[in-house]
Design a protein around this ligand. Structure first.
Ligand SMILES: Cc1cc2nc3c(=O)[nH]c(=O)nc-3n(C[C@H](O)[C@H](O)[C@H](O)COP(=O)(O)OP(=O)(O)OC[C@H]3O[C@@H](n4cnc5c(N)ncnc54)[C@H](O)[C@@H]3O)c2cc1C
Ligand code: SF4
Length: 338
């Protein structure tokens, strides 16, 4: 793995604190090199590495994108809520445990206190070549190449990858739980118009254009995320497997939800982290589970289906089995609680 370089000089930038969404969006529209900043835990890192260079930072922390509440549509979380506040919120802990667990197993306490929900959803890959400008990288510089294909790819993806990029474009935890539980993002543009995008349609696979990571327009903000209320959300969990017990990204993870009645699975939700070019929902595994007994044999069959089409590289072949074991364990644990 290449060493990340913090020894370069960071470029100068101006700073604007926006009070209204319109002010923030207009400032960004007028300055193509500007970026929104929330907690700054991801953005400033990438600026120090010279992976991202912005001549203006637009601080959005004063915007009214707050609140953690149950609405008619389900759990609504403002994009500027902090990871720790959402992870520890009683409503989230009791009704949406996979979301709470995905947040509390992420990063460190200090980072969780600072980092926002919107920023988490938009965090970028931890591929070492992407983060070190001494190396080519198609995601950072389209057309320059992908040294990870034959290089250090241990932490990278095995599903949805392409010849142009094999990164886990979103390396984190929260969006895996959000994808499992059918969350919907509310986005707002310069005209004050809002649109709702299911998070299953938000991230893009790399294909030939790995630098295009999601469907967010440059002049759009994430306002909130809404998670529908459901029995499989109440009976959900997030399991994370990593090299050490804290402060590490997932090698593999699973967000699952089950509604089991009389030993039979009525509905299932299955998503995987650490293995997909985007947080990976496996509808095939879900379809296989519905109507089956909640037994290890059913879970093993679903895990095998979830790994269909996996394309591991030299150093991440272990993820094929590890991801299946992670999924079986998560389904077994959640079924035991059902
Ligand atoms: C050492 C370390 C370990 C970590 N470990 C984990 C982990 O295990 N699991 C995990 O999930 N994450 C992990 N993270 C990532 C962390 O969760 C993110 O850095 C954090 O969530 C980003 O939130 P932020 O508010 O600081 O975003 P910022 O850094 O402020 O912004 C990130 C990006 O999002 C954009 N943005 C922010 N908010 C909005 C919005 N509302 N609308 C539009 N654009 C917006 C910014 O312009 C920027 O491009 C780790 C980070 C570090 C540094
Ligand atoms: S895997 Fe993607 S992010 Fe990593 S070097 Fe290749 S193109 Fe860049």
């Amino acid at each position: 793995m290449p060493d990340t370089q913090y020894d370069k000089e960071m470029n100068n930038f101006s700073y604007l604190q926006a009070d209204q969404a319109k002010e923030a969006i207009n400032a960004k529209r007028d300055d193509k090199s500007a970026a929104f900043i929330a907690g700054g835990t991801s953005l400033i890192d990438l600026m120090k590495l010279n992976v991202e260079n912005h001549d203006q930072l637009i601080d959005i922390n004063q915007l009214n994108f707050k609140g953690i509440e149950q609405t008619n549509d389900g759990l609504r979380i403002g994009a500027l809520e902090r990871m720790s506040d959402v992870g520890e919120n009683a409503l989230v802990v009791q009704q949406y445990p996979a979301i709470s667990q995905s947040l509390l197993l992420a990063a460190s306490a200090q980072l969780r206190n600072m980092a926002s929900i919107g920023g988490n959803i938009l965090q970028r890959t931890r591929c070492g070549y992407f983060r070190d400008t001494a190396f080519p990288c198609n995601k950072r510089e389209p057309g320059s190449g992908c040294p990870a294909q034959t290089g250090d790819n241990r932490n990278l993806a095995i599903l949805g990858v392409s010849d142009a990029c094999i990164a886990t474009s979103y390396p984190g935890d929260l969006s895996v739980a959000l994808i499992a539980l059918d969350a919907v993002l509310t986005l707002e543009n310069a005209k004050g118009k809002q649109r709702r995008v299911p998070i299953t349609e938000f991230y893009k696979l790399p294909g030939k254009t790995p630098h295009i990571e999601n469907v967010l327009e440059p002049d759009e903000l994430i306002v909130a995320v809404t998670v529908p209320k459901a029995e499989h959300a109440r009976r959900s969990m997030y399991l994370k497997v990593r090299d050490r017990a804290s402060y590490a990204y997932a090698l593999t993870s699973a967000a699952v939800g089950l509604d089991v009645q009389g030993g039979t699975i009525r509905s299932a939700r299955v998503a995987l982290g650490g293995v997909g070019a985007q947080p990976w929902r496996s509808r095939e595994a879900e379809q296989l589970l519905v109507g089956k007994p909640a037994t290890e044999a059913s879970f093993r069959a679903a895990a095998a289906v979830a790994m269909r089409g996996a394309q591991p590289r030299e150093h991440n072949q272990f993820k094929v089995q590890m991801a299946q074991n992670t999924l079986v364990r998560a389904l077994t644990d959640v079924a035991a609680k059902a």
